[in-house]
Every structure is written in C-alpha cells, then in structure tokens.
Unconditional design. Structure first.
Length: 338
C-alpha cells in the first residue's frame, strides 16, 4: 500500500519584489509559486528541476514549513499544516528536514562540527550529555565523517565534509522526508558523486522519502523515481523517471534534457534545443502558456490558452497544447541517425 506523506494543493507563494540594483522600488507581486499541486508518497524520491528563479527554493520553504503559502494547503500525513496543534507542528518539523545548497552558510562558524550536529538533536529533545555525544558519533559514522573532524570548525573542513555535516544534522531527529535543495551544486565535481551516493545509501538504509531539487536533469536522474519540471512557478510536467527521460511531453523538459551532456553511442545524434534568454519575469508572466515566449514548437493558440496539466500516460502529466506531438518527437533525445 502506498502512503501519501506530503500533499500540496494549489499552493501559491508571492513576494514583494526586491528593489532593483539601483535601489528603485519595484511594483507588482513576484508569483514565485503559482498553483502547485503535488503528492509525495512515502519512500519515493522526487526530482524537482527547472532553471534558476522558477520557484524551486520557494517551494522547498513551503514544504518544510519555513514559510506559509499565500493560498492553497500543505498537508503532512493527511493533516493541514496550517491547522496543526503545537504538538503536531513539532512532530511535523522533526519529520521534514531541509538540506541546504551552501553547507558553510548554514552552519554557525563559531561552533565545532560536534556542537553543530548536537544542536539539531537538542532543538527538539533534552537528552543526557553522554547520549547526545553517542548520537553525534553515530550520525557522523552514518554520513562517513571521520571522528577526527568532530572538534573542527566549519572553516577547517572541505565543502564535501560540510555537506556531510548538513546531512547528519538533518538526520539527527529521524526524519521521514528530506528536502535537498541543490545539495551538490556548490561542490567540486569530484565530490558530487560521493554525496549523491551517500544520500542514495541513506535513503535505502533509513527508508527516507526525498524531494531532490536541482537545476538540471543530469543530477537527479540516478536519484529519482519521479521527475517534476517547474517553469515560472508552475509544474509543467511530472512523471515516472523513465517516462520523463524517455518520452517527455513538454518542450521545456526537452530543452533541459538536451542540455545534459551525454556520451552518445556510435551512430547516434541529438537534435538539441538551445534555450534563448532568461525566463520571463514572475512579476509579469506572459499570457497563455508561460513557456510560449521561448518555445521551439509553439503555435498561435499557445499565446492565449493556459494549458492544463493533463494525464498523458500512467502518472505522467504535461501542461502543453502540443504534448502529443512533443512526446512522439525525438527532439532532445539521442537517436540512431539514418
Ligand atoms: N524573499 C523573496 N523576496 C522577493 N522575491 C523572492 C524572494 N524569494 C524568491 N524570490 C523570487 O521568487 C522567484 C523564485 O525564486 P526561487 O529562489 O524560489 O527560485 P529557484 O528556482 O529556487 O532559483 P535558484 O535556483 O536560483 O535558487 C524568483 O524570481 C526570486 O527572485
């Protein structure tokens, strides 16, 4: 039986625009998350992808309860987070943990690694000193950190070691769900795979559910059961990993796929899509399909019709008027050249 751990129902988040480079006040509202509906089932890993500014981190903050949505509901184990009692909220905050992109910025520079990991435990539990000490040792072993690092300060550790500390802190309270917000994008290429393997191993060992955020499809491919593509605050495609990588039906996902460097088998080629320019401003999104201004396959209707996220296969949905054509095309996917 599958258990729905987390559900987002038509969730929206809006911000006042930050002032421009020259300090001028901007008007309007930034629609960072614009009507997202998403279920996360216990034990699965959901890869959430999209370019910078599409709303991934805003969604992460809503999921972990760091921010409240302006409308819509966040449900944790079937309960609306907004209506939870104090005790329920405390259990929710223990059950959902965030792993940040920049581990250095998320740690107190004046605390040793041991103190930083212990802080995560002591925030929610009061335990005898020896128990906390033992639990920190256990967590350090779990994330493959040498005990010799326990008395070091963050500036004495490498990026990869600090991200392991961030993961240990997140695991300290035995969470059900880890939200990993670009956990390897600030790391050297050489240590990325180690951290991804670690997360994969921990997921199996502890039966974790993971929402894994990345700006490209390369990083999430080997981690995820399901892929969700976001554009301008909206989900434009979601589906099982194989369906999205093999027969994606949204031109934006095709563009992201074609940007993934691949070693092609002999005789194969890819018709790549190059995304021109930046996404439009979320203060003033275009009418119709949000992607039509950059789409390689848009038709006139796309400028006026907002495409609904529509089921096109088992668990596979896409918000595109041309989903069937995109799905049956080869754009962005390797194929044997004739
Ligand atoms: N606190 C805030 N105040 C004003 N605007 C914000 C705030 N947080 C995010 N935004 C804006 O909301 C939009 C979505 O930002 P968000 O950080 O969620 O995107 P993202 O996909 O995570 O991007 P990145 O990968 O660069 O972090 C962007 O236009 C961003 O500038």
């Amino acid at each position: 039986m599958t258990t729905r751990l987390l559900a987002l129902e038509d969730v929206k988040q809006a911000y006042k625009p930050k002032s421009s480079t020259f300090g001028a006040r901007r008007t309007g509202t930034v629609r960072a998350v614009d009507g997202v509906t998403l279920d996360v089932t216990a034990g699965e890993t959901v890869g959430l992808v999209g370019e910078s500014g599409c709303g991934k981190s805003s969604l992460a903050k809503l999921i972990v309860g760091l921010e409240q949505p302006v409308s819509g509901r966040v449900l944790w184990k079937g309960r609306d987070v907004a209506g939870m009692s104090r005790a329920e909220k405390s259990a929710f905050h223990r059950g959902v943990q965030l792993i940040f992109q920049d581990p250095f910025a998320s740690l107190n520079p004046r605390r040793t690694i041991r103190e930083s990991i212990a802080e995560g435990i002591l925030t929610h539990k009061s335990l005898p000193r020896q128990r906390v000490h033992d639990r920190v040792d256990e967590l350090m072993a779990d994330v493959g950190l040498d005990p010799a690092h326990a008395d070091k300060y963050p500036h004495e550790c490498s990026g990869g070691q600090l991200q392991r500390v961030g993961i240990a802190r997140a695991l300290a309270l035995g969470p059900d769900l880890l939200v990993c917000d670009e956990p390897v994008s600030a790391l050297d290429i050489s240590v990325r795979a180690q951290v991804l393997n670690l997360l994969n191993g921990l997921r199996q060992k502890h039966g974790l559910t993971i929402v894994f955020i990345a700006h490209d499809l390369d990083v999430v491919q080997h981690m995820s059961d399901r892929i969700v593509t976001m554009y301008l605050g909206k989900i434009v495609e979601e589906g099982p990993c194989d369906a999205v990588y093999g027969t994606s039906a949204h031109p934006y996902t095709r563009a992201l796929l074609s940007a993934v460097p691949k070693r092609l088998p002999p005789g194969h080629r890819i018709d790549r899509v190059v995304l021109e320019g930046d996404p439009p401003s979320p203060i003033d999104p275009p009418p119709g399909c949000p992607f039509h201004t950059r789409c390689y396959t848009a038709v006139p209707d796309c400028a006026s019709t907002v495409p609904a996220l529509t089921e096109i296969g088992a668990g596979h949905r896409a918000a595109c008027l041309r989903a069937d054509d995109v799905r049956s095309s080869q754009v962005g996917l390797p194929y044997r050249a004739s």
